[in-house]
Design a protein around this ligand. Sequence first.
Ligand code: GLA
Length: 414
Amino acid sequence: MKPVTQMGAVVLVLFTIGAFISPVRSLDNGLALKPTMGWLHWERFMCNVDCDTDPNNCISENLYMQMADVMVMEGWKEAGYEYVCIDDCWPSHQRDAKGRLQADPKRFPRGIKKLADYVHSKGLKLGIYADLGTFTCGGFPGSLGYYDIDAQTFADWGVDLLKFDGCYMKWTLLGEGYTNMSIALNQTGRSILYSCEWPLYEWPYHQPDYAAIRKVCNHWRNFADVYDSWDSVKTILDWTADHQDVIVPAAGPGGWNDPDMLVIGNFGLSHAQQESQMALWAIMAAPLLMSNDLRDICPRSKQLLQNTRIIDISQDPLGRQGYRTAKVDSFEVWERHLSGGRLALAVMNKQEIGGPRGFPLTLATLPSWKICHPQCNVTQVLPSYKELGVQTLLSKLVVVVNPSGTALLTVTPI
Ligand code: GLA
Protein backbone atom coordinates (compact mmCIF):
# COMPACT_ATOMS: atom_id res chain seq x y z
CA MET A 1 0.00 0.00 0.00
CA LYS A 2 1.29 3.50 -0.80
CA PRO A 3 2.21 5.50 2.31
CA VAL A 4 -0.29 8.25 3.08
CA THR A 5 1.36 11.66 2.70
CA GLN A 6 0.84 14.27 5.38
CA MET A 7 -1.49 16.20 3.08
CA GLY A 8 -3.25 12.96 2.18
CA ALA A 9 -3.71 12.17 5.87
CA VAL A 10 -5.24 15.59 6.50
CA VAL A 11 -7.60 15.13 3.56
CA LEU A 12 -8.51 11.65 4.82
CA VAL A 13 -9.26 12.96 8.33
CA LEU A 14 -11.33 15.86 6.94
CA PHE A 15 -13.16 13.45 4.68
CA THR A 16 -13.93 11.11 7.57
CA ILE A 17 -15.15 13.97 9.76
CA GLY A 18 -17.18 15.27 6.81
CA ALA A 19 -18.84 11.90 6.41
CA PHE A 20 -19.96 12.00 10.04
CA ILE A 21 -21.13 15.58 10.27
CA SER A 22 -22.77 15.73 6.87
CA PRO A 23 -26.31 16.48 8.08
CA VAL A 24 -28.59 14.49 5.81
CA ARG A 25 -27.62 12.12 3.04
CA SER A 26 -29.15 12.81 -0.34
CA LEU A 27 -30.45 10.45 -2.99
CA ASP A 28 -27.35 8.91 -4.47
CA ASN A 29 -28.11 9.25 -8.19
CA GLY A 30 -25.77 12.16 -8.87
CA LEU A 31 -28.64 14.35 -10.12
CA ALA A 32 -30.08 17.72 -9.07
CA LEU A 33 -26.80 18.95 -7.61
CA LYS A 34 -28.33 22.37 -8.31
CA PRO A 35 -32.06 23.19 -8.31
CA THR A 36 -33.67 21.74 -11.45
CA MET A 37 -34.48 24.21 -14.24
CA GLY A 38 -37.04 23.67 -16.95
CA TRP A 39 -40.66 23.89 -17.98
CA LEU A 40 -43.65 21.88 -16.73
CA HIS A 41 -47.07 21.98 -18.34
CA TRP A 42 -49.46 21.78 -15.39
CA GLU A 43 -50.31 25.27 -14.11
CA ARG A 44 -50.74 26.79 -17.57
CA PHE A 45 -52.17 23.89 -19.61
CA MET A 46 -53.70 21.63 -16.93
CA CYS A 47 -55.72 18.66 -18.20
CA ASN A 48 -56.71 20.10 -21.56
CA VAL A 49 -57.23 16.98 -23.68
CA ASP A 50 -59.51 18.61 -26.24
CA CYS A 51 -57.28 18.70 -29.29
CA ASP A 52 -60.26 19.01 -31.64
CA THR A 53 -61.27 22.45 -30.48
CA ASP A 54 -57.99 23.65 -28.95
CA PRO A 55 -55.17 21.97 -30.90
CA ASN A 56 -52.59 24.58 -29.89
CA ASN A 57 -53.00 24.21 -26.16
CA CYS A 58 -54.08 20.63 -25.58
CA ILE A 59 -51.78 18.06 -23.96
CA SER A 60 -50.21 16.56 -27.07
CA GLU A 61 -46.75 15.85 -28.46
CA ASN A 62 -46.94 19.12 -30.40
CA LEU A 63 -47.03 21.16 -27.23
CA TYR A 64 -43.74 19.72 -25.92
CA MET A 65 -42.07 19.80 -29.33
CA GLN A 66 -42.98 23.45 -29.75
CA MET A 67 -41.81 24.30 -26.23
CA ALA A 68 -38.50 22.50 -26.92
CA ASP A 69 -38.08 24.46 -30.17
CA VAL A 70 -38.70 27.77 -28.43
CA MET A 71 -36.46 26.85 -25.52
CA VAL A 72 -33.55 26.48 -27.91
CA MET A 73 -34.37 29.42 -30.17
CA GLU A 74 -35.27 31.99 -27.58
CA GLY A 75 -32.38 31.67 -25.15
CA TRP A 76 -34.10 29.52 -22.50
CA LYS A 77 -31.73 26.61 -22.90
CA GLU A 78 -28.75 28.92 -22.81
CA ALA A 79 -30.07 30.48 -19.59
CA GLY A 80 -30.09 26.99 -18.01
CA TYR A 81 -33.68 25.77 -18.51
CA GLU A 82 -33.11 22.15 -19.47
CA TYR A 83 -36.08 19.88 -18.70
CA VAL A 84 -39.26 19.88 -20.80
CA CYS A 85 -41.78 18.19 -18.53
CA ILE A 86 -45.08 16.46 -19.16
CA ASP A 87 -47.52 16.54 -16.24
CA ASP A 88 -50.80 14.64 -15.79
CA CYS A 89 -53.24 13.55 -18.55
CA TRP A 90 -50.74 12.23 -21.10
CA PRO A 91 -51.57 8.48 -20.94
CA SER A 92 -54.21 6.38 -22.50
CA HIS A 93 -56.82 5.14 -20.01
CA GLN A 94 -55.74 1.56 -20.79
CA ARG A 95 -52.39 -0.12 -20.23
CA ASP A 96 -51.14 -2.22 -23.15
CA ALA A 97 -51.28 -6.03 -23.34
CA LYS A 98 -47.99 -6.28 -21.39
CA GLY A 99 -49.29 -4.00 -18.62
CA ARG A 100 -47.27 -1.00 -19.77
CA LEU A 101 -48.49 2.56 -19.71
CA GLN A 102 -48.99 3.97 -23.17
CA ALA A 103 -49.45 7.52 -24.34
CA ASP A 104 -52.88 8.56 -25.62
CA PRO A 105 -52.59 7.46 -29.27
CA LYS A 106 -54.56 10.38 -30.67
CA ARG A 107 -52.62 13.09 -28.87
CA PHE A 108 -49.19 11.39 -28.98
CA PRO A 109 -49.36 9.47 -32.29
CA ARG A 110 -45.59 8.93 -32.38
CA GLY A 111 -45.33 7.84 -28.72
CA ILE A 112 -43.15 9.10 -25.90
CA LYS A 113 -39.92 7.51 -27.13
CA LYS A 114 -40.03 9.57 -30.33
CA LEU A 115 -40.84 12.66 -28.30
CA ALA A 116 -37.86 11.98 -26.02
CA ASP A 117 -35.64 11.54 -29.09
CA TYR A 118 -36.86 14.88 -30.42
CA VAL A 119 -36.28 16.68 -27.12
CA HIS A 120 -32.82 15.09 -26.83
CA SER A 121 -31.96 16.15 -30.38
CA LYS A 122 -32.41 19.72 -29.15
CA GLY A 123 -29.97 19.12 -26.29
CA LEU A 124 -32.80 19.14 -23.74
CA LYS A 125 -34.23 16.52 -21.36
CA LEU A 126 -37.72 15.07 -21.07
CA GLY A 127 -39.77 14.75 -17.88
CA ILE A 128 -42.89 12.64 -17.39
CA TYR A 129 -45.58 12.27 -14.72
CA ALA A 130 -47.06 9.27 -12.90
CA ASP A 131 -48.71 8.54 -9.57
CA LEU A 132 -47.89 6.01 -6.87
CA GLY A 133 -51.54 5.19 -6.15
CA THR A 134 -54.33 3.57 -8.13
CA PHE A 135 -55.01 6.67 -10.28
CA THR A 136 -53.26 9.92 -11.11
CA CYS A 137 -54.85 13.03 -9.60
CA GLY A 138 -56.55 13.57 -12.98
CA GLY A 139 -58.01 10.03 -13.03
CA PHE A 140 -55.55 8.33 -15.43
CA PRO A 141 -53.98 4.93 -14.60
CA GLY A 142 -51.86 4.96 -11.44
CA SER A 143 -48.66 2.99 -10.95
CA LEU A 144 -49.63 0.96 -7.86
CA GLY A 145 -48.65 -2.64 -8.58
CA TYR A 146 -46.63 -1.56 -11.65
CA TYR A 147 -43.62 0.33 -10.24
CA ASP A 148 -40.99 -1.89 -11.88
CA ILE A 149 -42.78 -2.03 -15.22
CA ASP A 150 -43.39 1.73 -15.27
CA ALA A 151 -39.83 2.61 -14.24
CA GLN A 152 -38.51 0.31 -16.98
CA THR A 153 -40.95 1.74 -19.54
CA PHE A 154 -39.84 5.31 -18.74
CA ALA A 155 -36.18 4.25 -18.96
CA ASP A 156 -36.78 2.45 -22.30
CA TRP A 157 -38.41 5.58 -23.67
CA GLY A 158 -35.40 7.70 -22.63
CA VAL A 159 -37.20 9.74 -20.00
CA ASP A 160 -34.93 11.91 -17.80
CA LEU A 161 -37.23 13.01 -14.95
CA LEU A 162 -40.24 11.51 -13.20
CA LYS A 163 -42.72 13.62 -11.26
CA PHE A 164 -44.39 11.03 -9.04
CA ASP A 165 -47.65 12.23 -7.53
CA GLY A 166 -49.39 10.82 -4.45
CA CYS A 167 -53.13 10.80 -5.19
CA TYR A 168 -55.31 7.74 -4.53
CA MET A 169 -52.95 6.19 -1.98
CA LYS A 170 -53.34 5.49 1.74
CA TRP A 171 -51.08 8.06 3.43
CA THR A 172 -49.42 5.47 5.67
CA LEU A 173 -48.05 3.75 2.55
CA LEU A 174 -46.50 6.87 1.00
CA GLY A 175 -43.01 6.21 2.40
CA GLU A 176 -42.97 2.65 1.12
CA GLY A 177 -44.33 3.68 -2.28
CA TYR A 178 -41.93 6.54 -2.88
CA THR A 179 -39.00 4.40 -1.71
CA ASN A 180 -39.94 1.45 -3.91
CA MET A 181 -40.29 3.62 -7.00
CA SER A 182 -36.90 5.19 -6.25
CA ILE A 183 -35.40 1.70 -6.11
CA ALA A 184 -37.19 0.71 -9.33
CA LEU A 185 -35.83 3.80 -11.11
CA ASN A 186 -32.29 3.11 -9.92
CA GLN A 187 -32.54 -0.50 -11.06
CA THR A 188 -33.19 0.56 -14.64
CA GLY A 189 -29.64 1.94 -14.76
CA ARG A 190 -30.87 5.14 -16.44
CA SER A 191 -30.33 8.49 -14.68
CA ILE A 192 -33.85 9.65 -13.93
CA LEU A 193 -34.34 12.69 -11.73
CA TYR A 194 -37.00 11.88 -9.14
CA SER A 195 -39.49 14.59 -8.18
CA CYS A 196 -41.83 13.64 -5.30
CA GLU A 197 -44.92 14.97 -3.54
CA TRP A 198 -44.47 12.75 -0.50
CA PRO A 199 -44.43 15.40 2.26
CA LEU A 200 -47.40 17.30 0.78
CA TYR A 201 -49.64 14.28 1.30
CA GLU A 202 -48.23 13.53 4.78
CA TRP A 203 -48.48 16.98 6.38
CA PRO A 204 -52.24 16.68 7.07
CA TYR A 205 -51.46 13.69 9.34
CA HIS A 206 -48.01 14.24 10.84
CA GLN A 207 -44.66 15.98 10.38
CA PRO A 208 -42.84 14.21 7.53
CA ASP A 209 -39.41 12.67 8.07
CA TYR A 210 -37.29 14.93 5.84
CA ALA A 211 -34.10 12.92 6.33
CA ALA A 212 -35.91 9.90 4.88
CA ILE A 213 -37.41 11.94 2.04
CA ARG A 214 -34.04 13.41 1.09
CA LYS A 215 -32.56 9.91 0.80
CA VAL A 216 -35.24 8.95 -1.73
CA CYS A 217 -36.17 12.05 -3.77
CA ASN A 218 -34.32 14.79 -5.70
CA HIS A 219 -37.03 17.30 -4.84
CA TRP A 220 -40.26 17.19 -2.99
CA ARG A 221 -43.44 19.29 -2.92
CA ASN A 222 -44.47 20.33 0.59
CA PHE A 223 -47.56 22.39 0.05
CA ALA A 224 -50.58 23.14 -2.12
CA ASP A 225 -50.50 23.62 -5.90
CA VAL A 226 -49.49 27.06 -7.14
CA TYR A 227 -52.16 29.11 -8.92
CA ASP A 228 -51.74 32.09 -11.21
CA SER A 229 -52.32 34.61 -8.42
CA TRP A 230 -50.41 36.74 -5.92
CA ASP A 231 -52.50 35.22 -3.13
CA SER A 232 -51.26 31.78 -4.06
CA VAL A 233 -47.61 32.89 -4.20
CA LYS A 234 -47.94 34.68 -0.84
CA THR A 235 -49.55 31.63 0.79
CA ILE A 236 -46.69 29.43 -0.41
CA LEU A 237 -44.11 31.89 0.94
CA ASP A 238 -45.90 32.10 4.30
CA TRP A 239 -46.12 28.32 4.58
CA THR A 240 -42.43 28.01 3.77
CA ALA A 241 -41.38 30.63 6.32
CA ASP A 242 -43.67 29.11 8.97
CA HIS A 243 -42.04 25.70 8.47
CA GLN A 244 -38.50 26.81 7.69
CA ASP A 245 -36.96 25.29 10.82
CA VAL A 246 -38.14 21.87 9.68
CA ILE A 247 -37.67 22.04 5.91
CA VAL A 248 -34.65 24.29 5.24
CA PRO A 249 -32.03 21.96 6.82
CA ALA A 250 -33.15 19.18 4.46
CA ALA A 251 -32.22 21.10 1.31
CA GLY A 252 -28.83 20.86 -0.36
CA PRO A 253 -27.13 19.52 -3.47
CA GLY A 254 -29.07 16.45 -4.63
CA GLY A 255 -32.33 17.27 -2.80
CA TRP A 256 -34.51 20.38 -2.68
CA ASN A 257 -37.76 21.68 -1.26
CA ASP A 258 -40.14 22.36 -4.16
CA PRO A 259 -42.57 25.27 -3.66
CA ASP A 260 -44.08 24.46 -7.08
CA MET A 261 -43.93 26.09 -10.51
CA LEU A 262 -43.02 29.63 -11.55
CA VAL A 263 -46.16 31.26 -12.97
CA ILE A 264 -44.27 34.26 -14.35
CA GLY A 265 -45.42 35.22 -17.84
CA ASN A 266 -49.08 34.27 -17.32
CA PHE A 267 -52.04 36.43 -16.33
CA GLY A 268 -52.29 36.74 -12.57
CA LEU A 269 -49.16 38.50 -11.31
CA SER A 270 -48.20 42.14 -11.76
CA HIS A 271 -44.62 42.73 -12.86
CA ALA A 272 -43.56 43.55 -9.28
CA GLN A 273 -45.18 40.31 -8.10
CA GLN A 274 -43.40 38.35 -10.82
CA GLU A 275 -40.13 39.86 -9.57
CA SER A 276 -41.05 38.71 -6.07
CA GLN A 277 -41.69 35.15 -7.21
CA MET A 278 -38.43 34.99 -9.16
CA ALA A 279 -36.37 36.53 -6.33
CA LEU A 280 -37.87 34.39 -3.59
CA TRP A 281 -37.70 31.14 -5.60
CA ALA A 282 -33.97 31.87 -6.07
CA ILE A 283 -33.57 32.58 -2.34
CA MET A 284 -35.41 29.33 -1.51
CA ALA A 285 -33.10 27.29 -3.79
CA ALA A 286 -36.28 26.07 -5.43
CA PRO A 287 -36.51 24.16 -8.68
CA LEU A 288 -37.17 26.74 -11.41
CA LEU A 289 -39.88 24.98 -13.38
CA MET A 290 -41.81 27.51 -15.42
CA SER A 291 -45.43 26.84 -16.31
CA ASN A 292 -46.29 29.39 -18.96
CA ASP A 293 -46.58 29.64 -22.72
CA LEU A 294 -43.06 30.25 -23.98
CA ARG A 295 -44.47 30.67 -27.51
CA ASP A 296 -46.22 33.83 -26.39
CA ILE A 297 -44.65 35.58 -23.43
CA CYS A 298 -44.19 39.25 -22.70
CA PRO A 299 -40.60 40.48 -23.16
CA ARG A 300 -40.35 41.78 -19.58
CA SER A 301 -41.34 38.41 -18.11
CA LYS A 302 -38.89 36.69 -20.41
CA GLN A 303 -36.10 39.02 -19.37
CA LEU A 304 -36.89 38.38 -15.71
CA LEU A 305 -36.93 34.58 -16.13
CA GLN A 306 -33.65 34.74 -18.06
CA ASN A 307 -31.92 37.18 -15.69
CA THR A 308 -28.52 35.55 -15.20
CA ARG A 309 -27.82 37.34 -11.92
CA ILE A 310 -30.94 35.84 -10.35
CA ILE A 311 -30.27 32.44 -11.89
CA ASP A 312 -26.74 32.56 -10.43
CA ILE A 313 -28.25 33.01 -6.97
CA SER A 314 -30.63 30.10 -7.56
CA GLN A 315 -27.83 27.86 -8.81
CA ASP A 316 -25.18 28.89 -6.27
CA PRO A 317 -22.84 25.92 -5.76
CA LEU A 318 -23.01 26.07 -1.95
CA GLY A 319 -26.58 24.84 -2.33
CA ARG A 320 -27.97 26.26 0.91
CA GLN A 321 -31.63 27.25 1.01
CA GLY A 322 -32.39 30.76 2.27
CA TYR A 323 -35.06 31.66 4.78
CA ARG A 324 -37.02 34.57 6.23
CA THR A 325 -35.01 36.52 8.78
CA ALA A 326 -37.21 39.49 9.62
CA LYS A 327 -40.67 41.01 9.37
CA VAL A 328 -40.50 44.75 9.92
CA ASP A 329 -43.01 47.46 9.07
CA SER A 330 -44.78 45.36 6.40
CA PHE A 331 -41.46 44.38 4.88
CA GLU A 332 -40.12 40.83 4.86
CA VAL A 333 -36.42 40.14 4.70
CA TRP A 334 -35.16 36.82 3.32
CA GLU A 335 -31.51 35.82 3.18
CA ARG A 336 -29.52 33.10 1.50
CA HIS A 337 -25.88 32.26 2.21
CA LEU A 338 -23.92 31.96 -1.01
CA SER A 339 -20.52 30.55 -1.85
CA GLY A 340 -17.49 32.74 -1.12
CA GLY A 341 -19.05 34.08 2.09
CA ARG A 342 -21.48 36.18 0.05
CA LEU A 343 -25.09 36.80 0.94
CA ALA A 344 -28.23 37.22 -1.17
CA LEU A 345 -30.82 39.51 0.39
CA ALA A 346 -34.44 39.88 -0.63
CA VAL A 347 -36.54 42.67 0.81
CA MET A 348 -40.23 42.27 -0.05
CA ASN A 349 -42.70 45.10 0.40
CA LYS A 350 -45.90 43.49 1.69
CA GLN A 351 -47.85 46.76 1.85
CA GLU A 352 -50.34 46.62 -1.01
CA ILE A 353 -51.29 50.28 -0.91
CA GLY A 354 -49.30 53.38 -1.77
CA GLY A 355 -46.12 53.65 -3.78
CA PRO A 356 -42.54 52.41 -3.49
CA ARG A 357 -41.15 52.49 0.06
CA GLY A 358 -37.58 52.76 1.35
CA PHE A 359 -36.05 50.07 3.54
CA PRO A 360 -32.87 51.01 5.42
CA LEU A 361 -30.12 48.39 5.37
CA THR A 362 -28.70 48.66 8.88
CA LEU A 363 -27.64 46.34 11.68
CA ALA A 364 -30.91 47.13 13.42
CA THR A 365 -33.09 45.86 10.56
CA LEU A 366 -30.66 43.20 9.42
CA PRO A 367 -28.31 41.41 11.86
CA SER A 368 -26.38 39.77 9.02
CA TRP A 369 -25.38 43.25 7.82
CA LYS A 370 -22.38 42.56 10.06
CA ILE A 371 -20.73 41.01 7.01
CA CYS A 372 -20.17 44.65 6.01
CA HIS A 373 -17.55 44.96 8.73
CA PRO A 374 -15.07 46.32 7.87
CA GLN A 375 -16.45 46.67 4.34
CA CYS A 376 -18.68 45.00 1.77
CA ASN A 377 -19.68 45.50 -1.82
CA VAL A 378 -23.40 45.67 -2.60
CA THR A 379 -25.12 44.97 -5.92
CA GLN A 380 -28.81 45.47 -6.52
CA VAL A 381 -30.19 42.82 -8.88
CA LEU A 382 -33.89 43.74 -8.71
CA PRO A 383 -35.95 45.76 -9.46
CA SER A 384 -33.11 47.09 -11.61
CA TYR A 385 -29.42 46.32 -11.81
CA LYS A 386 -27.32 48.82 -9.88
CA GLU A 387 -23.86 48.70 -8.36
CA LEU A 388 -24.37 50.23 -4.92
CA GLY A 389 -20.64 50.18 -4.20
CA VAL A 390 -18.56 49.74 -1.07
CA GLN A 391 -20.44 49.98 2.22
CA THR A 392 -19.59 49.76 5.91
CA LEU A 393 -21.57 49.08 9.08
CA LEU A 394 -22.27 52.78 9.33
CA SER A 395 -23.51 53.28 5.76
CA LYS A 396 -26.98 54.68 5.40
CA LEU A 397 -28.09 52.60 2.45
CA VAL A 398 -31.81 52.62 1.64
CA VAL A 399 -33.34 50.30 -0.96
CA VAL A 400 -36.63 51.27 -2.55
CA VAL A 401 -39.19 48.47 -2.94
CA ASN A 402 -42.37 48.51 -5.03
CA PRO A 403 -45.67 47.41 -3.44
CA SER A 404 -45.78 43.58 -3.51
CA GLY A 405 -42.38 43.72 -5.21
CA THR A 406 -38.95 42.71 -3.99
CA ALA A 407 -35.51 44.29 -3.95
CA LEU A 408 -32.91 41.60 -4.48
CA LEU A 409 -29.30 42.31 -3.54
CA THR A 410 -26.03 40.49 -3.24
CA VAL A 411 -23.52 41.44 -0.58
CA THR A 412 -19.85 40.49 -0.89
CA PRO A 413 -17.62 40.94 2.14
CA ILE A 414 -14.30 42.72 1.53
C1 GLA B 1 -51.58 17.36 -8.22
C2 GLA B 1 -50.18 17.99 -8.27
C3 GLA B 1 -50.13 19.01 -9.39
C4 GLA B 1 -50.47 18.36 -10.71
C5 GLA B 1 -51.84 17.69 -10.63
C6 GLA B 1 -52.15 16.87 -11.85
O1 GLA B 1 -52.54 18.30 -7.84
O2 GLA B 1 -49.87 18.58 -7.03
O3 GLA B 1 -48.85 19.59 -9.44
O4 GLA B 1 -49.48 17.41 -11.03
O5 GLA B 1 -51.92 16.82 -9.49
O6 GLA B 1 -53.36 16.23 -11.78
